[in-house]
Ligand binder design. Sequence first.
Ligand SMILES: [Zn+2]
Length: 544
Amino acid sequence: MKLKINLKKISLGFITLLLVNCQNSIPFDLIIKNGLVYDGTQNPPQRQDIAIKADKIVGLGNFSEADALQILDAAGAAVAPGFIDTHTHLDPLDNLLALSNSESQLRQGVTTSIGGPDGRGVPLQYGFAAFLDTLSQVGVGINMGFMAGHNKIRKKIMQLENRAPTKKELDRMIAMADQAMDEGAFGLSTGLKYLPGNFAKIDEVIALSRVVANKGGVYSTHLRDEGIAIMPAIEETIEIGKKANIPIILTHHKVIGKPMWGKSYVTLARVDKARNDGVNILLDQYPYAASHTGLSVLIPAWARAGGQEKFIERLSNPESYAKIKAEIIFNILNDRGGEDLNRIQFARVKWQPDLEGKTLKEWIVMEGKKPTIENGAEYVIKGQRNGGASCIYHAMEEKDVEKIMQHPLTMIASDGRLSSPGIGHPHPRAYGTFPRVLGKYVREKKLLSLQEAIYKMTLFPAKTYGIENRGQLKKGLKADLVIFDPNTIIDKATFIQPHQYPVGISHVLVNGKWSIKNGEFLNKMNGVVLRKTIPSTTTIVDVN
Ligand SMILES: [Zn+2]
């Protein structure tokens, strides 16, 4: 049997040798045979073979007679473009450098991530280009691109000051955003809920967005508010989209806090109207009814202006202490607190790691206190005084999650951080986002067809962000692929036990090389650092 195959290889190799004029004896490096191919376009799947040479897809169709260095029979499996995660926390820097092999992403089928969301951008001890160069040298397991971050830029120029920039400061901020675009940024991210982004008025954001738009970038925003005041925050974004002539993405779209439950129909109707009015507005979403962010999100921004020292100074003044506490109580009742101290769950707590996984209520009870909302506010202050923590907020309604997911303008993105078993207590989205959509929402709940869901994870984000040559299974594009069993794929990570890899994904190929093979993670740095090229067709908008 073995001899027979070898003979066939030799004979086919001979034919090819003649055809390609001595270039190579075996035409393909890899053929993936018999898979059900979802090409990323939303078209119904087709049973076909995919031929790969070096880092490219060189053909789709019938390659049953062709020869290759490797042949994989994918009968019974789905073959899709590698998933593209446009909201990934490829930060903080020490985490990125330690986990740049990106196992938690690859095991979900993710082959490309865009980092620097929520205004975070890249660490500014580096310039944008120098950061990308350093990362290239370190090596990456997946393809990684980055956004310029408004919060990072503002902090560099104005620290944590709660005021408008001077003309000179604004010019410096604009120049930094412009330079980042020249050096390969995919757009501008803002985190207007966070320090110091929330000190920025709309004109400042429009000014930065204009230079980003001129170079073909997009605007991705963590809205100023995702709870009771979400509608003005969406209006602000639409105005930025119009005035800067930039595609706008309401990232990790959600309606948060008990008074808002069921109100996604209002936000989505506004999105539809803006779209009809010609605004290029889009959404992305992670498939969970809980968010993950700092404990500080419950504390009013003005109280933290100037940083931790100023915050502690304000706490020592009884009048401002009472005001801070009252606003935290409001946020527990109406915003991310979800009206219940058990809905606030600690994730990473450097000053008391045994709190990780426990709720705010459990902490207060552990300390021998009554778990009232008042005490909840006291302990939020105590936690922030200790240095803060990251928390999971179970403050959304599942029905809203489903409605947003089904909207045709919604892409899937994890908002997850590169994670590894044993480190902290992350939101399960870091491990489970993509398999969860395909298993829970496609197969079990039938909210989307498989091709719709795959489109939301591949070609749709690739087109939106201008990620070239990826996101689709098509001749000539890069060979980023995921092979999975649509009957078994599912996430395993939970809020209680997040450090669990999903199941059902057997193979992942990045730039034509195996990163996961037969379910085994190979720990290979097959990714490349992506730099967005500025489209030559971009129309320059007047910046005045
Ligand atoms: Zn965010």
